[in-house]
Design a protein around this ligand. Sequence first.
Ligand code: SF4
Ligand code: MG
Length: 327
Amino acid sequence: MKPILEISHVSVAFHTYRGLLEAVHDVSIAVGEGETVGIVGESGCGKSVTAQAAMKLLPAGTAVYSQGQICWDGQNVLPLTEREMNMLRGREMAMIFQDPMTSLNPVFTIGSQICEGLRLHQPMESRCAEEMAVGLLRSVGITSPEKRLRQYPHELSGGMRQRCLIAMALSCSPRLLFADEPTTALDVTTEAQVLSLLQRLQQDMGMAVVLISHNLGVIARMCRRIYVMYAGCVVEEGTASEIFYRPAHPYTQGLLASLPDPDHPGRTLTGIEGQAPDLFHMPSGCRFFPRCRQAMHICTHAVPPVYTVGEGHQTACWLVCPERRRS
Ligand code: SF4
Ligand code: MG
């Protein structure tokens, strides 16, 4: 499948008062037309930065793209101007964020916010925009949409606010939707409803979805392919079944061991000991070695290359190095 979005060897750093901080290192991610791709990892591992980099939403004065390319339909978007990027944002790619309360403006009605977005991309009369807004709210499962349009964000529940944001993101029928922790602020029942909604919309509209979450359970339910990120790097990528049944990287294995397994209800859940490294003091060698139970001497000083361990399944870990296995 030819990718519509191809992030190749991208590194992103930020100017901070302590100096330059690299948040994403040599990350490569590809998304095909209509595909659902998951990015999973602990908070601070660079998932959101990667997504925002793809849409060039990072603050221009502080973020530095130190290497790599981000191609949309084969064209590198990094040299594009804001004006050119605005042609892509909304129509081609859109994003929904974690917290619907901070993403909606509290002083404007839901209707005015959706209509503003619609009219920004295609000039139309306000009546027409309102009709479209009603249709959009209905498509995301909001009942009495005419009434909701006149309400303010605080008058809606968390689940309903998230549905409104999804409606706004879908208003220009994007080809790719980034959903950055879209259900983290919601309770479990509402989370399940919002995920089903995303799944239905993805199938109906044929758009690609990049779902970002720290929850491997959520990712597994939705995605065909998964990228596992740790400390700014992709440490494993593969199809959902490869990642689930044959995880190759000790970090992925740790994430899986911390998930409840309905087939083995009595199993003790084990977390991953320790904490993600401080991005200013990255360990030499493998970034995971201070927490890795299987670490070897080589891991402390040599960065593990990426090895192919199955079809479309790759990992950056010395454990799977063919020479090491032969010796
Ligand atoms: Fe663990 Fe070494 Fe693999 Fe890193 S390279 S995950 S430290 S075994
Ligand atoms: Mg994030």
